[in-house]
Design a protein around this ligand. Structure first.
Ligand code: PLP
Length: 398
């Protein structure tokens, strides 16, 4: 008999603990999607939890591009980019993304998660420091942990806190990484102040713009463009294709030297199969639509304004956000779960975000708006929110 603990038993015990704390995550199967409508367990629900902010995921031009390339080239790319998986569709998409974001080159990754692991693994080594906002997306934090660098976090949005963390390792090579738009809070990073700090400290600034690309800036080029920052100030820009662009995958944009370095060194780029070329073609169509159809951003912004105004009239304590992500902080996890269940009974799907995704005591409804919504949908959601027993709690200072 071995004295070794069983890994599977330990995992099962952890799951049971989650269950007991009523924090077990539940996988639900959506049977059909039609714009903002979902079919779930035989019921039609109006969704306020998708990241398809511009309504491109079901756009006929994306579908046509996908089908055209799938007809000619099939489905799988067959290999990693550096073997024989890199096709004309990938090259064209990379060029369009570089041009849109105003950078010399862009490099595709299979997912945003992998892009964040890849960038940090390629740039950072033992002895370096990686300074991050406490509320950065999980994969930015994971990427720093895997890179071997020391991870130092600062309070949310606190530029002075970031400065202290950098100063504590004043001779170490440093990367400062932040979400452009915070995924669970919807607020924006103080990019201009962070850029000034990084310039002064000789640190490299990386922005993860998963929720800004397509949505912010005049032609949707994202939070960095909206802040008027140059490629010199933000040398590493990462964004995803699975949110406002309605596709799947991600990219990093920057100088030709950065991209060549990633291509040589980023293991999550090198050792994985290239995305299907049909997907790259669909994403290229999405970039063109996102850039040119500014009415989608205008419609989204008008929904955001309508929602915030209506919420204020109802006395709902929304978190301070001007983006498509409009969280209603409810505090404890059970309250958030009960609120989501009540909304579902009224025909709305809104996700309750609970620890450990957010800090303990900060469970919330994460409401997302999209250009696919109609004004009346926003009004109907507000009516349902007004019936909640709890109207939100003021945002804490993190
Ligand atoms: C969604 C998200 C990612 C991960 O992107 P995927 O392509 O879904 O893996 C990374 N960063 C942020 C801020 C995100 O919201």
């Amino acid at each position: 008999m071995s004295l070794r603990p069983s890994l599977l038993a330990r995992l099962a015990a952890r799951t049971a603990e989650r269950e007991q704390a009523n924090l077990r995550r539940r996988l639900r199967t959506i049977d059909h999607v039609d714009g903002p409508w979902l079919e779930l367990d035989g019921k039609q629900l109006l969704s306020f939890c998708s990241n398809d902010y511009l309504g491109l995921a079901q756009h006929p031009q994306l579908i046509a591009a996908f089908k055209r390339v799938a007809d000619d080239e099939g489905v799988g790319s067959g290999s990693a980019h550096l073997i024989c998986g890199h096709r004309a569709e990938h090259a064209a998409l990379e060029q369009a993304l570089a041009e849109w974001t105003g950078r010399e080159r862009a490099l595709l990754f299979s997912t945003g998660y992998m892009a964040n692991l890849g960038v940090q693994q390629a740039l950072l080594s033992d002895g370096d420091v990686c300074v991050q906002d406490k509320l950065n997306h999980a994969c930015l934090l994971d990427g720093a942990k895997l890179s071997g660098a020391e991870l130092k976090r600062y309070p949310h949005g606190d530029v002075a806190g970031a400065a202290r963390q950098l100063a504590s390792r004043s001779t170490a090579a440093a990367l400062l990484a932040t979400d452009g738009v915070f995924s669970m809070d919807g607020d924006m990073a103080p990019l201009r102040e962070l850029a000034t700090l990084c310039t002064r400290e000789g640190a490299t600034l990386m922005v993860d713009d998963a929720h800004g690309l397509g949505v912010l800036g005049d032609d949707g080029a994202g939070s960095v463009a909206a802040a008027g920052l140059s490629p010199r100030e933000v040398p590493v820009l990462m964004a995803t294709l699975g949110k406002a662009l309605g596709c799947h995958g991600a990219f990093v944009a920057g100088s030709a030297a950065l991209i060549e370095g990633l291509l040589q060194s980023a293991r999550p780029y090198i050792y994985t199969t290239a995305m299907p070329p049909a997907l790259a073609a669909a994403a290229l169509a999405a970039v063109q639509l996102a850039r040119t159809e500014s009415w989608r951003r205008e419609r989204l912004n008008s929904h955001i304004e309508r929602f915030r105004q209506g919420a204020a009239e109802l006395g709902l304590a929304l978190m301070p956000s001007s983006t498509a992500i409009q969280p209603l902080l409810l505090g404890d996890a059970d309250t958030a779960l009960a609120a989501a269940q009540m909304l579902e009974q009224h025909g709305f799907l809104v996700s309750a975000i609970r620890p450990p995704t957010v800090p303990a005591g900060q469970a919330r409804l994460r409401i997302t708006l999209s250009a696919t919504h109609e004004e009346e949908h926003v009004d109907q959601l507000l009516e349902a929110l007004a019936k909640l027993p709890q109207h939100g709690v003021p945002a804490p200072h993190v």
